[in-house]
Design a protein around this ligand. Sequence first.
Ligand SMILES: Nc1ncnc2c1ncn2[C@@H]1O[C@H](COP(=O)(O)OP(=O)(O)OP(=O)(O)O)[C@@H](O)[C@H]1O
Length: 602
Amino acid sequence: MTVTPLDRPKARPKTNDWRLFLRLVPYAKRNQNLLWIVLALLAPLALAGSIQPVLVGQTISFIRGEPTYFFLEGLTLSQGITLLVGLLFLTMVVRATLDGIQGFLVQKVGQRMTMQIRNDLFKRVTSLSSSFFDRTPVGRLITRLTSDVDALGDVFSTGAIGIVSDLATILVLILVMFTVQWELALMLLLMLIPTAAIVIYFQQQFRKANYRAREELSRLNSNFQENIVGINIVQLFRRERYNAEAFRSINQDYITAVDRTIFHDSAVSATLEWVSLVAIAGVLWLGGVRVLEGEMNFGLLASFVLFAQRLFDPLRQFAEKFTSLQSGFTAVERISDLLDEPIDIQDPAGIDTRSIEPGHSGEIRFETVSFGYKPDEYVLHNLNFTIHRGEKVAIVGPTGAGKSSMIRLLCRLYEPQQGRILIDGIDVRDLRQAELRQHVGVILQDGFVFAGDVKSNIALGEEYEFERIKAAAEQTNVSQFIEQLPDGYNTQLRERGTNLSGGQKQLLAFARVAVRDPKIMVLDEATANLDVKTEAWIQEALDRLLEKRTAIIIAHRLSTIRNVDRILVLKRGELVESGSHEELLQQNGLYASLYKLQLLES
Ligand SMILES: Nc1ncnc2c1ncn2[C@@H]1O[C@H](COP(=O)(O)OP(=O)(O)OP(=O)(O)O)[C@@H](O)[C@H]1O
């Protein structure tokens, strides 16, 4: 089995954290105006915060008659205290105001960036090839588009900028401290370094645990999603208890993983709490000695007690933001996996692009085509045939013979490992996918319906006039059915078309293809869900619709394909017979035996 990044459940990749954050640079650039304002506010904020301990220290010194700054000289006690308290109040107002503005802007940038990332992810995911979806559970993708992106949003709203601001605060505090008293400043700095190292260690441990927890969350979502989609089978086969047990076990794994993250998170907070107490004790001890020696005054000591508290405060806040920052790293990592997922099936580069000429239409040629969903397990072997312009060809064969796989190759949902497929002499790989799919109209056995009204389900995003949509429905004999719906073409359909029957969904698919007027039409068991009368009714419309087009019809009921020009018989991925109904009956091979069996049944 090929292991894709999204399958990787255990080992955390060794991507460098900062390299990961480079992924965000383009998004940051798009919001750079707001970000600049946020950054510009950092310095005044940090400065206002660092001045406060100095002002408190000066107040104490002033009261005690110790030496103070020049601007306090010659003032009376009440004048000096009023001035100092006034200044303190000013710094508080500045801090509170700037803090509020910064917080608001940071949230705003965070929300914008997450929105842009979510949009890009959606675009990427919908461009990935069918084989990616074969191997990726939907729940995993949903987790990435929702909770991973949200975790990333939290980084911006609570974490990232806050951490830059914490670092700025620490830096300014250190500078101010050194200008006031270098010895105590040096002691605090020496305590800060090992503490930071411990925080970083726990951070890394947390990160590993968090990656694991998010993988478990993906598993949980996948399991839940599978149960909801398959709810009918779950209930009909009484699998509720069995599935609940499986869910319980995954849920338990998830909680165990989350517990591990909580442990590392708490370890950081506890360490910092402890270190900050030790720091204050250290200041009191060294500062106390200096005061006793008469080398320092009380005002300075008071300033440093506050400095010690303030210095570890940003680190403690860092620890609080730590959880969201680390989840953010994990989220960027998981989102990057998805953004880096290669798009297997791409449009040709500009100069290689070719176009099907208008008017000229509909020849299909398979040249030595071999294909397997997994590289070494072929489901189609060396297919060679040509379907001429305007020809109607049926493909028959036992279940699992590879009929639908041929269609998927023709539409380039997958690519063959060997050989090539040509439409009007052009390799499908040289056509833009949009053009290819405009020329090839496919009707599948189960028509998928989106939430929305009937007409938008026929137009599917194209801007067709209502008259054209109506004409397409009439052309395919499905207008009667639509007009019987409560609101006709405006009837709201629910997600996955739960308020329509299987056959009714299929009817919509006919109109959906007819409105696009494709040169080639492919019907893959398209009428299998219809009753005999409706089928005959649709068949009549189809005969008209297919008149000037090339058509490939896959059908198990051989009675429905008697009028085709040619029948290709597929067996275990190989083309074993080819000819008209009569010719194949004469050959007395696989087709003849299938036909006789069905005759016997009816
Ligand atoms: N997405 C997939 N991934 C892996 N194997 C697949 C996938 N789809 C189909 N197969 C395998 O490819 C083979 C051919 O499948 P295909 O759907 O083309 O058969 P078919 O002739 O259309 O069958 P049916 O008549 O039942 O619709 C089968 O053996 C099937 O197990």
